[in-house]
Design a protein around this ligand. Sequence first.
Ligand code: NAP
Length: 268
Amino acid sequence: MKTSDLPPLRLYGLLGRTLGHSFSQTYFREKFQRLGLRADYLLFERAELGQLRTLAEAQPLLCGLNVTIPYKMQVLAQLDALSPAAAATRAVNCIVLEASGRWTGHNTDVIGFAQALDELLAGAPCPPALVLGSGGAAAAVRYVLEQRPERPQVHTVSRQPAPGQLNYAQLDADVLRHHRLIVNATPLGMAPHVADAPPIDYSHLGPEHWLMDLIYNPAETEFLRRGARQGARTLNGLSMLYAQAEAAWDLWQADWQRRAAATVGPEV
Ligand code: NAP
């Protein structure tokens, strides 16, 4: 019998309202199988957030959670500590349930986007940027851009008028030529609405632009397709998706190693 066939010693899971087919569950179950770990990854689909402590009492082996729409902000009130990125973005997509009973919230979208951005820029300095959308993912994108050593100019583009933000009608030739990095942090173009794209004049883009879409399904969104047609370098959201999952795993695994060291418990 393989180690991974024995009952799990630790559980992780995804908390959200409508989960359906989950990338995370498949990703982590395959990972646990591959590494021969006695661990499992469950889906916690909740119409209301409810009390996380009640969920943990029902699942005493629970060591960590991913959090998705619409609870990334709501969970903050139930946590004991926040990482700097989670505190700055006011969004948590990963919780470590430490053995001490302390629950810490992290934002691994920040780590995922930072890695994906490095991949897209391939060593080039980060240019002035437009971030399309003003939701949780956009907050992670802005946080990463604001931390970059180049201190690029960053403008949010939103349908909602707000001081310091641009709206789509303001994206004229000058604005689009100046901001050579454009990140789509809206759901526009996500399957099944694959013909949708952010309403910008793509004819002002060129080979000096970088376009990143946080969407990974379809692999080439209409946004990326139109940018690529102008010669822009493009990247979809798949790299970010994998990187944020790996970042969550690093946090959970570090906690597990601390637990093992404290109890001289099993290593798996
Ligand atoms: P969200 O809160 O539902 O939406 C983000 C923003 O998009 C909204 O705040 C809104 O901004 C704008 N928006 C929504 N519908 C729009 C429309 N019809 N036209 C124009 N703008 C619209 O979503 P989110 O959680 O921030 O995620 C955004 C996208 O990133 C999603 O596609 C999600 O799947 C993706 N994502 C990917 C990863 C990854 O790992 N690759 C991680 C996180 C999120 P305004 O109201 O300000 O216009």
